[in-house]
Design a protein around this ligand. Structure first.
Ligand SMILES: *[C@@H]1O[C@H](CO)[C@@H](O)[C@H](O)[C@H]1NC(C)=O
Ligand SMILES: *[C@@H]1O[C@H](CO)[C@@H](O)[C@H](O)[C@H]1NC(C)=O
Ligand SMILES: *[C@@H]1O[C@H](CO)[C@@H](O)[C@H](O)[C@H]1NC(C)=O
Length: 447
């Protein structure tokens, strides 16, 4: 019966091009590109190449903005964790804070393909994209499902739709025959809602050719509040949950390399599949928690001195307290107070530069010249199996000329996060078969 389908279609539409689309819809081709792996450029939201770049902002505004986003991101991850462990399902929704992510990658969706600029999020599983589900409104280039030959809806009773329920409140349809709908409720009361759909994704190769990635389920968002009017087309989740980009594509390893600011114009990269680079020292991540990549932070040193932080401070408890996660969506590393306080005190004693109060959330700043940091000891994070020695430029941030701040901040609760600022100039790899995160030094501008 399947065999007759395309033939019947072909005689109805005597249009070879359309026939091709229908065929590829009904019989997805083998995904050779995925077996070989693929590379996607990453753009930092504050780089001049970014669609979010705001010319009227100063460097100070941008760096402080990133710090505020780090706090809001940390709040979001903690609050979602509390929500997930709360058993009162009716009270809770999937809570997020809009617009607090840092790195952008570009994909194409649909047939014919539309460009999609999405934030990368290693702390989430969901892919969602702005969709325009109406015939008359023309706010292109937003993806219009009605114009795509490869778009499909789901009904509420399907297996796929039921998976939405893994996060209480995310599935919004009730009757089996209804269309499957989802909603994401954000911390600031903004919303993103729409249909669960399936669509063909592709990416642009270095040569400029579009390469198929195959079909993925995603949230086709047709309701979003004012907050989303901007250039954000959506999000691509990279954790190990059901709907995640890597889970759906069957990708078992990926790595990213964030360039140092002086190479920003060359761009960072994200490597998926066999091209991913896993090297350097490795540390296991906590397999049981698929929402984040938790690693074991045993302690911190400044120079040769170990900061007096009680053992187990950063451990994740049975009750989901504590924990130290590697994240791409948070800029500045933040540490829970029990670890941050002793670290800050030792920093104050060890660094002999003119101390200044920082604009919150920065707590320790200096009036200094770049060469003054030459004699400042290095900060090392001791993960199980990895001594992550931070470059000076990954430890301090120059907010404005001659005014530097410690780029590690205080967490607002028990969750601590290794941010992207501290991962610059490193190839950070995730190997799902070995269940490890790797850290190798790299010149990310030549990856
Ligand atoms: C750009 O930055 C300026 C100065 O901070 C701000 O007033 C303005 O609202 C920003 N524009 C956008 C579109 O965010
Ligand atoms: C999704 O399904 C509904 C109901 O069957 C239909 O009206 C709508 O056109 C579909 N959307 C697309 C883009 O196919
Ligand atoms: C913290 O976690 C590590 C690794 O799982 C374990 O070896 C250690 O005993 C824990 N420490 C405390 C105080 O719970």
């Amino acid at each position: 019966m399947h065999k007759q389908w395309p033939m019947a279609m072909a005689s109805t539409f005597l249009f070879p091009c359309l026939f091709f689309f229908l065929c590829s819809t009904l019989f997805p081709s083998t995904l050779h590109s995925i077996k070989d792996g693929f590379v996607v450029p990453l753009i930092h939201r504050d780089s001049p190449q970014s669609p979010f770049y705001n010319h009227s902002m100063t460097t100070y505004d941008r760096l402080l903005g990133a710090a505020h986003r780090s706090v809001s991101r940390q709040n979001h991850l903690s609050s979602r964790r509390r929500t997930a462990s709360n058993s009162n399902a009716h009270e809770i929704t999937t809570r997020l804070v809009h617009d607090n992510l840092e790195y952008i990658m570009t994909f194409y969706i649909g047939t014919p393909p539309s460009k999609l600029t999405v934030f990368v999020d290693t702390g989430s599983d969901f892919i969602w994209a702005k969709c325009q589900i109406c015939e008359k409104c023309h706010l292109s280039p937003i993806f219009e499902p009605l114009r795509s030959f490869s778009y499909t809806n789901f009904s509420c009773g399907t297996e796929s739709c039921r998976h939405l329920d893994e996060f209480p409140g995310r599935k919004t349809c009730i009757k089996d025959m209804e269309l499957c709908t989802y909603a994401l409720q954000y911390l600031d009361d903004s919303k993103s809602a729409g249909y669960l759909a399936k669509e063909k994704f592709s990416y642009k190769q270095i040569r400029g050719v579009l390469e198929d990635l195959g079909y993925m389920e995603f949230g086709c968002s047709n309701t979003y509040s004012d907050h989303f009017r901007g250039l954000q087309d959506g999000c691509a989740g990279l954790n190990r949950g059901h709907f995640s980009f890597i889970t759906q594509l069957g990708i078992r390893k990926f790595s990213h390399c964030f360039v140092l600011p002086e190479y920003e114009a060359r761009g960072s990269s994200m490597l998926f599949g066999s091209v991913a680079k896993i090297y350097g020292d490795v540390t296991p991540y906590l397999e049981e928690k698929e929402d984040l990549y938790y690693v074991n932070l045993e302690g911190i040193s400044i120079g040769d001195q170990r900061v007096p932080i009680p053992a187990g401070t950063f451990n994740l408890t049975f009750w989901d307290e504590g924990g130290f996660a590697v994240d791409t969506g948070t800029t500045y590393t933040n540490l829970r107070s029990e670890g941050f306080e002793p670290f800050l005190n030792m920093m104050r004693q060890v660094v002999h530069l003119q101390q200044r109060r920082g604009p919150p959330p920065f707590e320790l700043c200096y009036e200094a010249k770049p060469q003054d940091f030459y004699n400042v000891p290095f900060v090392t994070f001791h993960l199980t199996g990895v001594d992550l020695k931070l470059e000076k430029q990954n430890t301090f941030v120059e907010l404005r000329l001659g005014f530097w701040c410690l780029a590690i901040i205080r967490s607002t609760d028990s969750l601590s996060i290794l941010g992207s600022f501290q991962q610059r100039g490193l190839m950070v790899g995730y190997d799902l078969d070995r269940k490890i995160v790797s850290f190798g030094s790299a010149d990310c501008s030549t990856v």
